[in-house]
Design a protein around this ligand. Structure first.
Ligand code: NAD
Length: 283
């Protein structure tokens, strides 16, 4: 059986380091780092994510300024709030939880965030810098994945790597980071033909499709490293990843479980990005 990459344990270890950094920052600057968290509407999954993020901030000593807006909030109202937060000295990072209600243009909201406060790294300026390999705010989930690979001694250099998913928040940035780390990256998506054949060739597989158990254990190349980003909640409330963990774990050399893999690392990277922005260490 392959080794399990325990994102929960790894994130708890990192939290000690984060607590120390937050204490040092608070002493040096006379205030704690501040993260503004905006949730529009009442999507149940988003409400859970936002609550977890706010709790993680509080536990780390980061102030979270929580904004709950009704579903019918207009684009102008939302961007006005963002612009107000852009000007506040006590707000270092601004997070707008996605997805937004359909009537709000997500791109315009993301572009209204000051790039130096763009804690998720979704602003085109920061995504562009990422593409160019320049220092930037790296989106939390991809940053967490790269951290896990490094911690487990997985060097992407020269590896055949398959990324399933091409979203702006996971698929594209992780494909970019892996390319910058010299992997040979194949990006697969809903129009890809013969997904199984592509996956069978992967030394490293990152799956971010949101299709539970889509990747079968028999598709995994023996010894491959498998990072499962997908999170789907079934009708009984159980979480599943994209990869059929039970059959894949015997073929993979390293594999992340769901839950307890990528998810906890994403939250910790949010805290690390907030501290980085608070210190002014961005482009
Ligand atoms: P998304 O819906 O924006 O993108 C999904 C991508 O998967 C698309 O590019 C689509 O083309 C591709 N896809 C869908 N069905 C496919 C199929 N049958 N074959 C191949 N490709 C297919 O989603 P997202 O925001 O990128 O998130 C992806 C998944 O990761 C979701 O389950 C989400 O909940 C999860 N997620 C987890 C974390 C975490 O912290 N663990 C963070 C972000 C997203």
């Amino acid at each position: 059986m392959g080794k399990i990459i325990d994102g929960k344990v790894m994130s708890e270890r990192l939290r000690d380091k984060i607590n120390k950094e937050v204490s040092a920052f608070t002493k040096d600057y006379g205030r704690p780092p501040g993260l503004a968290v905006i949730l529009v509407g009442e999507d149940p999954a988003s409400s859970v994510y936002v609550r977890n993020k706010e709790r993680a901030c509080k536990n780390a000593g980061i102030i979270s300024f929580d904004h709950r807006l009704p579903t019918e909030t207009s684009l102008t109202e939302l961007t006005s709030l963002v612009k107000e937060l852009n000007l506040r000295q006590d707000v270092d990072g601004i997070l707008v939880q996605l997805p937004l209600p359909h009537h709000i243009k997500t791109d315009q909201v993301l572009m209204s965030i000051e790039p130096t406060k763009d804690v998720d790294g979704f602003h085109p300026y920061n995504l562009g810098r990422l593409l160019m390999g320049l220092p930037t705010v790296i989106p939390c989930t991809p940053r967490g994945i790269m951290y896990m690979l490094e911690a487990y001694g997985v060097d992407p250099d020269g590896k055949d790597t398959v990324v399933i998913g091409r979203s702006n928040i996971v698929g594209k940035p992780i494909a970019t980071l892996l390319t910058l780390a010299h992997a040979t990256v194949t990006v697969c998506h809903s129009h890809t033909k013969n997904l199984e054949e592509k996956v069978r060739n992967a030394d490293i597989l990152v799956s971010a499709a949101g299709r539970p158990h889509m990747v079968k254990g028999s598709w995994i190349k023996p010894g491959a490293v498998v990072i499962d980003v997908g999170i789907t909640r079934d009708k009984d409330g159980r979480l599943s990843g994209d990869v059929d963990f039970e059959t894949a774990k015997d073929r993979a050399s390293l594999i992340t479980p769901v839950p307890g893999g990528v998810g906890p690392m994403t939250i910790v990277m949010l805290l690390m990005n907030t501290i980085m922005l608070a210190k002014g260490h961005v482009a």
